[in-house]
Design a protein around this ligand. Structure first.
Ligand code: SF4
Length: 473
C-alpha cells in the first residue's frame, strides 16, 4: 500500500468523505439457483478504508451494543492500519466463534445500531470488517488448535449448538478435557439444522468443529441427553456439566383454518431444506407461498421457498417496513430475490377448498400507533377492512416461546423459573453444584450471540468451581 494511501487512512474523520460500502453480493439471479452465501469479502484496501470510518470513540457505544462486549474499536483501528493479524487476534480473543457470529449476528440491531456516526452517516460496516478478518485469519493460518497443558479435569457439555461449541473452545484453551453430547448426527444445532446456507455455509461450521476435534474435543453424537446422559450419570463421570441444548417451541396461530393441510411451521421447512433429510420433503415448487411474520425465520423461510421453486412468495407482516425485526440486509436481499412483502396486514382466517387444502388467507389491514417506551409501535386491526390473498402453502414464523423441561427431564432436578427456565447465578451455575447452563434454557428463546456470551461466563464459572473441588478419582 502506498504512503499516500496510508496517510489517507490516518486522516481523522474519514467517515465524512468515505461512504459505507458493504461487500459485493452475487446477483439475485445466480444466488436463487443455489443455497450458497451471497456476500463476498472486502479486499485488503476496502477493509482498511471501511475500518478507517470508525472515529475511535472514547466511550464506544458499539461495544455497549455487542452482547459479548467485544472491543470493536481496537480491531477496527488495527485493520485501518493494515495490521490484520493483530486485528484478527484481538477479534478472536473476545469471541470463540467469530466467523459464525459475524454471519448470523443481527449487527444492524446491535453494534451498528449503536455506532456513534449513525444519523450523520451510515454506521461503520462492523459485520463486514469482521467477516474480512475472520477469513484473513483462517486463510493465513492465524487460527490454530490451542495447546494448553491438560489440567486433569473433564467437563460434559449437553448440546453441540453455538453455546456448546463456544464453551468447549473456552474450556479446551484452559486445559480441560471436553466431551460434547448431542442428540443429532451433526454438530452445530440450529446453526446447521435451522440456518439456511445462504447465511452460514455448512463448511464454516464444519471447519470450527474440525478445529475443536484437533484440540481434543470429543463429540458423542446421536445421544439423547435425557436418557444416556442424564444429570446424575454425568456428575458421576465428569467434574462439571454445561447444559446448552436449545429449548424453544415455535408459536402457533389461533385462527380459523390454522390446522388445515397446507399450513406449516417455518422451522421444519428450514430444517429439511438445510440438511439432507430422510423421508418426504415439504414441496413448494410451483406453488403460491405465504409466510406470516417479519423476523429472521420468516425471511429465511421466504428466501428458501424461492430457492425451492415457489411460483410466488409473499411475506405478510402486521407492522410497517421500518418495524421489521429481521436484519435490514436480509430484507433487501429478499426483495432482490423476488420475495413480495405486504405490510400492515394480519391474517384473520385461512381459507380452504372443499377437499381441505389451503386456497388463501383473509387479511385485515392494520394501523400503527405511537411508539411505546421501548420504541415498539403497537398495531390495531382496522374494523371492516379486509381482503383475500391467494395461497397454496402458508408458513408460520411467529417467533418462539420457551420450552419448559418435560416432567421426566433431568433438568427438573434444578431450580426453575415460572416459565420453566433454569435459574443460574452470575457465573451460570444452576442450583445443583457443578451443573451450569446457558442460552435458551436460561433466557428463553435467544440468539447465537447470547448463547456464546453465556458459554464464556460458564467457562469462568466452571474453572472457579473445579478449583474448589478434588479431582474425580
Ligand atoms: Fe467506531 Fe462506531 Fe464504535 Fe464509535 S461507535 S468506536 S465510530 S464503530
Amino acid at each position: 500500500m502506498s504512503d499516500q494511501t496510508t496517510s489517507a487512512f490516518d486522516a481523522r474523520h474519514a467517515w465524512t468523505t468515505l461512504s459505507r460500502k458493504d461487500p459485493a453480493k452475487r446477483s439475485a439471479h445466480d444466488r436463487i439457483a443455489d443455497f450458497l452465501e451471497i456476500y463476498g469479502f472486502y479486499d485488503e484496501v476496502e477493509a482498511r478504508e471501511q475500518a478507517s470510518r470508525c472515529v475511535q470513540c472514547p466511550e464506544p457505544t458499539c461495544v455497549a451494543g455487542c452482547p459479548l462486549g467485544t472491543n470493536i474499536p481496537e480491531w477496527l483501528a488495527l485493520t485501518a492500519e493494515g495490521h490484520f493479524a493483530e486485528a484478527a487476534a484481538a477479534l478472536h480473543s473476545g469471541n470463540n466463534l467469530p466467523e459464525i457470529c459475524a454471519r448470523v449476528c443481527p449487527a444492524d440491531h446491535l453494534c451498528e445500531a449503536q455506532c456513534l456516526i449513525s444519523g450523520q452517516a451510515q454506521p461503520v460496516s462492523i459485520w463486514a470488517v469482521e467477516q474480512f478478518l475472520n477469513e484473513y485469519a483462517f486463510t493465513h493460518g492465524i487460527v490454530k488448535p490451542s495447546v494448553a497443558p491438560p489440567n486433569g479435569r473433564h467437563v460434559a457439555i449437553a448440546g453441540a449448538g453455538p453455546g456448546g461449541l463456544a464453551c468447549a473452545d473456552g474450556l479446551i484453551r484452559r486445559g480441560f478435557a471436553v466431551t460434547i453430547f448431542d442428540r443429532r448426527e451433526l454438530p452445530g444445532g440450529l446453526l446447521v439444522y435451522g440456518t439456511p446456507e445462504f447465511h452460514l455455509e455448512r463448511s464454516i461450521v464444519q471447519r470450527r468443529v474440525e478445529l475443536l476435534r484437533q484440540q481434543g474435543v470429543v463429540f458423542e453424537l446421536g445421544t439423547p441427553y435425557a436418557e444416556e446422559t442424564a444429570l446424575p450419570a454425568l456428575l458421576q463421570r465428569f467434574d462439571a456439566v454445561y447444559l446448552a441444548f436449545g429449548a424453544k417451541v415455535p408459536r402457533s396461530l389461533a385462527l380459523p383454518g390454522a390446522d388445515l393441510n397446507g399450513v406449516h411451521q417455518a422451522v421444519p421447512f428450514l430444517l429439511q431444506a438445510g440438511v439432507d433429510h430422510p423421508g418426504s420433503k415439504l414441496l413448494v415448487g410451483g406453488r403460491r407461498v405465504v409466510v406470516i411474520g417479519g423476523g429472521d425465520t420468516a425471511i429465511d423461510c421466504a428466501r428458501t421457498a424461492i430457492r425451492r421453486g415457489a411460483a410466488e412468495t409473499t411475506v405478510v407482516y402486521r407492522r410497517d417496513a421500518g418495524s421489521l425485526p429481521c436484519m435490514r440486509r436480509d430484507y433487501e436481499a429478499a426483495v432482490e430475490e423476488g420475495v413480495r412483502f405486504i405490510f400492515q396486514a394480519t391474517p384473520v382466517a385461512i381459507l380452504a377448498q372443499a377437499a381441505g387444502g389451503v386456497t388463501g388467507l383473509q387479511l385485515a389491514r392494520t394501523s400503527m400507533g405511537a411508539p411505546d417506551p421501548e420504541g415498539r409501535r403497537p398495531f390495531e386491526i382496522k374494523a371492516g377492512d379486509s381482503y383475500i390473498l391467494s395461497a397454496d402453502v402458508v408458513f408460520l414464523a411467529l417467533g418462539f416461546d420457551p420450552a419448559p423441561p418435560p416432567p421426566t427431564s433431568p433438568s427438573r432436578l434444578l431450580d426453575l423459573g415460572e416459565h420453566g427456565e433454569i435459574k443460574v447465578n452470575a457465573r451460570q451455575m444452576t442450583s445443583l453444584p457443578g451443573v451450569f447452563a446457558g442460552g435458551d434454557l436460561v433466557r428463553g428463546p435467544c440468539t447465537a450471540l447470547a448463547a456464546v456470551r453465556d458459554a464464556r461466563m460458564a467457562v469462568e464459572g466452571i474453572e472457579a468451581y473445579v478449583g474448589t473441588r478434588k479431582p474425580l478419582g
